[in-house]
Design a protein around this ligand. Structure first.
Ligand code: SF4
Ligand code: SF4
Length: 301
């Protein structure tokens, strides 16, 4: 007898409504796992999958974390998975603070059908869904199946399907999802490859190629530029950045993000935040070079 194992997404959070993760009002699914390791990450506990080390179990004040029991046929190491009991969890985030693995025990696994049933409950209140992360595209096969299912469901196909991504996906990967995807939001954090390598831990060639590919396919909804004064280089490389934008359709939104300390850990906490005045200067300089709509940050924390 053969069993087909259904694909499951590893999900760190589902937000029923958001008006900042793509056009309109959206249900957002944040997937666990990322292929970048940004110094400035404001969600570092979404980077890695839990390795079941157990360091967070003892400290949970409500007993929401435990080790699974060995069942018949399992070795102890197979069974010793860290189990999260959502009903007991108060979301104090002590486990997240303790974790030295940039991970999170509070993840859930969903099949496509389970996600569809969550979407069905919200369908009359949303204009679409956005898959975010971590990095959404590290779970690309699940996204392709989910988007396909939405687009072939008579009751859901009016919903738009977006991906919020760091852009580190090959052209082949994008081609798999583009037929079912309405749009993507892509982050660009540095222009010079050396700066990108230092800040993110990977080169930026694939990111820039993704921006161009999505624009040519008519699927680039938003380009996000992160301004970290004195650390990133999007201001000192403004002519090159402007040239990239000039080659994009004029209806692509360019969102300017200001580096802040919220959620950040490690050396990035010692960096200066981007002030409103610094962002205004960056906005001015870029807007004088491109006709696109540049959106400023809503808040500075
Ligand atoms: S969440 Fe972190 S500390 Fe807790 S078991 Fe997983 S890897 Fe270990
Ligand atoms: S967030 Fe939940 S699981 Fe984590 S330590 Fe707090 S109560 Fe325990």
């Amino acid at each position: 007898m053969s069993h087909t194992v259904e694909k499951q997404a590893v999900v760190s959070r589902i937000l029923n409504f958001s008006c900042v993760d793509g056009p309109g009002n959206r249900l957002v699914i944040f997937l666990q796992g990322c292929n970048f390791n940004c110094l400035n990450c404001h969600n570092p506990h979404t980077i890695n999958y839990c390795n079941d080390c157990g360091d967070c179990v003892e400290g949970c004040p409500t007993g929401a974390l435990s080790f699974g029991q060995t069942s018949f046929g399992q070795t102890e190491s197979q069974a010793k998975k860290v189990i999260w009991d959502e009903a007991k969890c108060t979301h104090c985030d002590q486990c997240v603070d303790v974790c030295g693995n940039k991970s999170n025990p509070k993840v859930k696994h969903y099949t496509v059908e389970q996600i569809l049933s969550i979407i069905r409950k919200q369908q009359f209140f949303i204009s679409g869904i956005t898959i975010s992360g971590g990095e959404a595209t590290v779970q690309l096969p699940f996204i392709v199946d989910l988007f396909k299912a939405i687009k072939s469901d008579a009751g859901l196909q009016h919903l738009t399907c977006f991906i919020d991504s760091n852009g580190y996906l090959s052209a082949t990967g994008w081609q798999r999802v583009i037929p079912y995807m309405d749009g993507a939001m892509i982050d660009l954090k540095a222009w010079q490859n050396d700066t990108h390598l230092w800040l993110i831990g990977r080169d930026n060639h694939k990111v820039i190629a993704s921006i161009k590919l999505l624009a040519e396919a008519g699927k680039l909804h938003e380009l996000r530029l992160l301004h970290i004064p004195g650390k990133s280089d999007l201001d000192s490389e403004i002519d090159a950045v402007a040239q990239l934008i000039m080659d994009l359709p004029v209806d692509v939104i360019v969102r300017l993000n200001a580096f802040q300390h919220h959620g950040v850990i490690g050396e990035a906490l010692t960096w200066d935040k981007c002030s409103e005045a610094q962002m205004t200067a960056f906005h001015h300089a870029l807007q004088s070079r491109v006709p696109h709509t540049l959106q400023l940050p809503r808040v500075y924390m």
